[in-house]
Design a binder for this molecule. Structure first.
Ligand SMILES: [Cu+2]
Length: 569
């Protein structure tokens, strides 16, 4: 071995605090308010993007770990890609029990280089307040975009939509510069021309492409519209995920679990945000952007704002479920180093993330993010509290952040109150393309469940062995019921079931030849309305859910209608 292997340490610099074990990763909209911090972040990201693919710590090389160009990173695994056409050629693990823990060192790797570059950039500064700049540089961490915390503007952070941004330059004067969050511009050595169509013809990453031709641009209006239409549902989904799931199988990934969990997994929430940021052909625009396809998503700069937040949600959930961590499970489709359907557990190597010259990080070592020298602000001041009090404070914070923004009308409150949702399942590889199932009540859009899967022309070409892999998610109905049916007498079966006859389902996404997908194409779709009694509880208590009652077969004549006996198959 001639060149040392890249070892993931997390950010190397950072100060010691009394109220937290390591510097905070900050919410992006808070993060940008510190102009020094934002200026260093933008320039650090520019330098990462300027670096060449041959540098393991360049933006392109880090992004390429996730999927394309399907090459070895950091001397991990075979030097050549898997030859089996059923075998996925990236290192990322989706649909498996290590989805949350694999992405933890991945974001830490990004953050490690971001912090290092920020500390290089600050050396160029010759300003009177240099001490403050140096402090900011040492403590800079990868910010998270808390997409479930909906701002009054109901829009995405403006900084990801602008081609240029204003920063403070090394001489202390304002400076306008190109925005590395707007897109990543490919270099020939990134091998982007080996990506499948339409990605091979695009010289930069796109969010909601204006078309599938070579001149496509990002349509930021479509991005904001998609976010706005989904934000309230995503907030409800995030709240239900954090407060109702209590085991790793349901929480960690989107693959169907026999016993229903009543909320989206962390990965399912994450999948829909990939669609919201990248776009899928058919709803707001005509083409799928990079974030919508896992083989190229790691090259979109907003990926890291999103995945830092996914890591934070993992931390919030883990703090409420301290005895729960990775359980054994399969890796459908395999990865660069994991065989198809290989069994993974808490001691599996999270390749390609070296923790020394000869060993990899394992999920068992990654329970506490302090190991990568970062923390989250929700935990500040809680570290020294006794466990029960710490838990109560955390629940209170989660409720403040995510308890649904809509109110249960007073006439519906009480012991008879029921929550309604749709349990949605489908085979994720059935259409050979990423897609999302859209739910409407009458003509009112309600929510979606997304298949964040590679397009057919990728190396996971046929995925025949995993063609049966089923994923699941939920769409919550009470908000739209209360808003659109104000005369609704109660949330009991006899009052709600007749309304569900107004449900409509559509599909967004396109075939490799560009033609739009239709809901009728998704023959594996199964949809069942489900309800349960629901009590919110005190501000520092988790909600209580009653036994779920499934209403199979009531969507007669609609896509996905499934009789009870076919549901589990
Ligand atoms: Cu992702």
């Amino acid at each position: 071995m001639s060149v040392p292997r890249p070892v993931i340490t997390g950010a190397l610099q950072g100060d010691i605090y009394l109220n937290k074990p390591a510097p905070n990763r900050l919410e992006f909209r808070e993060f940008v308010k510190d102009r020094r911090q934002f200026s260093l972040y933008i320039q650090a990201l520019q330098r990462m993007q300027d670096n060449n693919f041959s540098n393991d710590f360049s933006f392109a090389a880090i992004g390429g770990i996730h999927g394309y160009p399907f090459v070895q990173w950091g001397d991990s695994g075979n030097p050549t890609p898997p030859t089996d056409p059923d075998h996925f050629g990236g290192y990322c693990t989706h649909g498996s029990v290590v989805f949350p823990t694999w992405h933890r060192p991945y974001v830490a790797l990004f953050e490690q280089e971001l912090n290092r570059q920020a500390n290089e950039v600050v050396k160029l500064y010759h300003v009177p307040d240099l001490e403050e700049w140096l402090t900011v540089a040492r403590n800079i961490r990868s910010p998270f975009w808390d997409w479930a915390h909906v701002p009054e503007s109901n829009s995405v952070p403006v900084e990801i939509t602008l081609p240029e941004v204003d920063i403070i330059g090394p001489d202390g004067a304002p400076k306008r510069t190109w925005n590395p969050l707007y897109s990543y511009h490919f270099k020939p050595e990134d091998l982007y021309d080996t990506f499948p169509l339409p990605f091979s013809q695009w010289t930069q990453t796109l969010k909601h492409p204006t078309d599938s031709g070579p001149d496509a641009q990002s349509d930021m209006k479509a991005l904001n519209q998609t976010y706005a239409d989904n934000s309230s549902q995503m907030r409800t989904k995030t709240y239900r995920c954090l407060t109702t799931l209590t085991d790793w199988e349901h929480f960690s990934n989107h693959t169907t679990v026999q016993e229903p969990g009543m909320a989206d997994s962390l990965e399912t929430l994450h999948d829909t945000m990939h669609y919201e940021i990248g776009g899928l052909a058919g709803v707001y625009g005509p083409a799928t952007g990079h974030m919508g396809d896992p083989t190229v998503a790691g090259l979109e700069p907003a990926f890291y704002l999103h995945h830092t937040n996914v890591d934070r949600l993992l931390e919030l959930w883990s703090a409420l479920n301290q005895d729960v961590w990775v359980v054994p499970g399969e890796q459908p489709g395999g990865t660069w180093t994991v065989p198809v359907d290989g069994i993974l557990d808490v001691n599996s190597d999270l390749t390609p993330f070296w923790n020394s010259q000869s060993s990899y990080w394992k999920s068992s070592e990654l329970r506490d993010p302090t190991i990568f020298n970062y923390s989250y602000p929700e935990f500040n001041d809680l570290y020294t509290l006794p466990a029960p009090e710490r838990r109560r404070k955390l629940i209170e914070k989660i409720k403040e952040l995510y308890a649904p923004g809509w109110q249960v009308p007073s006439k519906h409150q009480g012991p008879d109150y029921r929550e309604w949702s749709l349990h949605i399942k489908f085979k994720k590889y059935q259409l050979g393309a990423p897609f999302t199932v859209l739910v409407y009540l009458g003509d009112v859009y309600v929510g979606t469940v997304t298949a964040f899967v590679p397009g057919r022309e990728t190396k996971c070409a046929n995925c025949r062995r995993n063609v049966g892999t089923e994923i699941e998610g939920f769409v919550f109905l009470n908000e739209v019921l209360f808003r659109e049916y104000q005369d609704l007498p109660s949330t009991k079966n006899e009052d709600v079931l007749p309304i569900l006859k107004d449900l409509k389902f559509k599909l967004a996404g396109s075939k490799p030849d560009g033609t739009l997908l239709d809901i009728a194409d998704l023959t594996s779709l199964k949809i069942a309305p489900v309800c349960y009694s629901y009590q919110e509880g005190a501000k520092d208590e988790l909600p209580t859910l009653g036994e779920p009652e499934y209403h199979w077969g009531v969507l007669e004549g609609k896509p996905g209608n499934t009789p009870a006996e076919k549901w589990a198959l």
